[in-house]
Design a protein around this ligand. Structure first.
Ligand code: 5RP
Length: 228
């Protein structure tokens, strides 16, 4: 599993704190990444102890982990409501996020946006006054060069994400490619989000504007819950 940022203890504290917010009978979106994985493991422990929840995975990774730890799974089209989603972030500034470090942001955005509440789980290294993390843009393979040109026209510097234990590019769970787009500081996330969404062949980008309801920031001494 990809890991990043702060300590595992901090990630675990954040993940467990958010998992504690799942009530009996809840439908829970299961985010992707090393911090969200702690929440899924905690949900598994709570299921073992009798909690009735159903999870909606956002990636192959979160599906596999949920199956391993015994969280029953469902799908968006089989439920009337998603009570909460628990997901990680590569960076957060208030309720705004950059996501997609695991290339799962397209499904994550679908599930996170559908949830009544999005609980973000993070360690302190993810906090920023202003977003400046490169924004991943998932693109159809045919759009790789034209979408990269469009990102440059917006002032960004796109870089095709390459795989670590495979030659060539990362291919997402949806069969697409990822351009990591450096914009330096992002003063107006909503405006950039609209511009990226309008690029032909862009499937989804990693700016989650105003989506977080809570950010659980774990550290070795506890959890700071910020609400928006
Ligand atoms: C995956 C994501 C992850 O939530 C994000 O990369 C954070 O991961 P981690 O908790 O491992 O730092 O957006 O697409």
């Amino acid at each position: 599993m990809k890991t990043s940022g702060g300590s595992d203890a901090a990630k675990r504290a954040a993940g467990e704190s958010a998992a504690d917010a799942a009530d009996d009978g809840a439908v829970v979106g299961l985010g992707t990444g090393s911090t969200a994985a702690h929440a899924i493991r905690e949900l598994g422990r709570r299921v073992d102890a009798g909690l009735d929840v159903r999870g909606i995975p956002t990636s192959y990774q979160s599906r596999e982990l949920a199956l391993e730890v015994g969280v029953p799974l469902t799908t968006l089209d089989a439920v009337e409501e998603v009570d909460l989603a628990i997901d990680g972030a590569d960076q957060f500034s208030g309720p705004h996020l950059v996501k997609g470090g695991g290339a799962a942001h397209a499904r994550e955005k679908i599930v996170d946006a559908a949830a009544d509440r999005l609980l973000v789980v993070a360690d302190p290294s993810k906090a920023a006054d202003r977003l400046d993390h490169p924004v991943p843009v998932e693109v159809l393979p045919d759009a790789r060069t034209t979408a990269a040109d469009a990102v440059r026209a917006l002032g960004g510097t796109p870089e095709l994400r390459t795989a670590e234990r495979k030659d060539g590019p990362v291919v997402t769970d949806n069969g697409n490619l990822v351009l990591d787009c450096e914009f330096d500081e992002i003063p107006d996330p909503a405006s950039l989000a609209a511009d990226l969404a309008a690029i032909p062949g862009a499937v989804e980008h990693g700016l989650f504007v105003g989506l977080a309801d809570e950010v659980h920031v774990g550290s070795e001494s506890g959890v700071d819950v910020r609400t928006f």
